[in-house]
Design a protein around this ligand. Structure first.
Ligand SMILES: Cc1ncc(COP(=O)(O)O)c(C=O)c1O
Length: 397
């Protein structure tokens, strides 16, 4: 018996393999400094936990509507719309078990086999995986390193578009680079999307993880709301990665299709969590909350630790909880050509675990620089400082 050949096209999130290596190293008795996974070691806010207990006790434990309960759809429409300066209604919201399912469902809803989809690379690896698995052609676009961080390679996007291009996946406040678009970049992207009649998925997983900057969204530019699906998730905003609750928010025509996919795939998202979020989301203040303040302290510690390393270059991102330092000089110093060699040796030499550029999509032809990715969401300030001091000693040797 053989498995389906289509599976050859399915990628994965190889960062989970790095977790396996880190766990194996820890099992040998080493204390690992975990910078590899974008998980959060901060507690979910107590009001959400309490509201969930109550919802379970009140008996909200059965199936519910595939699209999500009407109350949560209405709350999300108001919250997501008002934070982006536009209006949504409950019918524009499809509740999901996390943000990740939005990716495959969006692609399935807009792409025919052989169609092309633009996606960021380096970027969240599931975009590439789902485009190819569903029979499409991925058009990767990269980022250009600047003095202040990373900027979209707009020329690469323009060059790639063909009559077969159907959609653009865009992740402002980006994993892994921490890139944040200027308004001008968003306007240029919106113009391209309209000119070429593209659907857009705006992956807003980190829309609330901002440090002293106002959020901005491509969806409120003229002509964009009717072609954009927002990937919304409770995972990062409320430190709820393991709970699995998110939503697709967009035009009713595509949301109706995504609801049908929900019925086919998971029937519904957990009922009692939806009940809890009906109370928690309107109660959330928009300013910096406790989760973001903790992450901010960690960002500052991590950026300072990396800046202190001779040969590492890093700007200070104003969003996400990722850092994507350029380690080309370290690679030259060590005589490595594959950045994963650096990752492997760093773990066994320093106990510091991190991902590399190679975990965020297939590297593009002609890439000259090497990058690693550090997440500071699952490690406290003291361990950030100790871990990066160990990395400094190893990188500078
Ligand atoms: C850019 C991006 N999008 C989507 C997700 C999916 O998150 P979740 O499924 O936990 O909502 C992640 C998770 O790390 C991410 O980094």
């Amino acid at each position: 018996m053989q498995l389906a050949t289509q599976l050859d096209k399915l990628g994965t999130e190889t960062a989970f393999a790095v977790s396996g290596a880190a766990a194996a190293w820890a099992a040998k008795g080493h204390k690992v400094y975990p910078f590899h996974l974008g998980d959060i070691n901060i507690a979910t806010p107590a009001n959400i936990v309490e509201a969930t207990y109550k919802a379970i006790k009140d008996g909200y434990t059965g199936y519910c509507a595939a699209a999500g309960i009407p109350e949560l759809r209405a709350v999300l429409a108001e919250d997501v719309g008002s934070k982006r300066g536009i209006q949504y209604r409950a019918e524009n919201v499809s509740v999901q078990p996390g943000g990740k399912p939005v990716i495959g469902k969006f692609i399935a809803a807009v792409m025919n086999p052989g169609d092309e989809v633009l996606y960021p690379n380096p970027g969240y690896p599931i975009y590439e995986s789902q485009i190819e698995y569903l029979g499409g052609v991925g058009l990767p676009y990269g980022y250009i390193e600047t003095a202040t961080g990373f900027a979209l390679d707009m020329e690469a996007i323009k060059r790639s578009i063909t009559p077969r291009t159907k959609a653009l996946i865009y992740n402002n406040y980006q994993n892994p680079t921490g890139a944040q678009s200027t308004r001008q970049e968003m306007e240029e992207l919106a113009e391209l999307a309209i000119e070429h009649d593209l659907w857009v998925m705006s992956d807003d997983a980190y829309y609330e993880i901002l440090y002293g900057v106002q959020p901005d969204s491509i969806v409120n530019l003229p002509g964009m709301q009717e072609r954009t699906v927002i990937l919304y998730t409770c995972s990062k905003r409320f430190a709820m990665t393991g709970w699995r609750l998110g939503a697709a928010i967009g035009p009713k025509s595509i949301i109706d299709v995504i609801n049908k996919l929900n019925t086919n795939v998971e029937s519904c998202s957990p009922h009692f969590i939806q009940r809890a979020m009906v109370e928690a989301i309107p109660g959330d203040t928009t300013g910096p909350d406790a989760i973001v303040e903790t992450l901010l302290e960690r960002r500052d510690a991590a950026v300072a630790g990396l800046k202190a390393i001779n040969g590492v270059s890093i700007a200070k991102p104003q969003s996400t909880f990722y850092l994507f330092p350029n380690v080309t000089a370290i690679m030259e110093r060590k005589g490595f050509t594959d950045v994963n060699q650096l990752m492997t040796e760093a773990l066994t030499t320093t106990d510091v675990s991190f991902c590399t550029r190679k975990h965020f999509g297939r590297p593009l032809a002609g890439e000259k620089h090497h990058y690693i990715r550090l997440a500071y969401s699952g490690i406290n300030v003291e361990n950030i400082q100790t871990g990066l001091a160990r990395l400094k000693e190893y990188f500078e040797a």
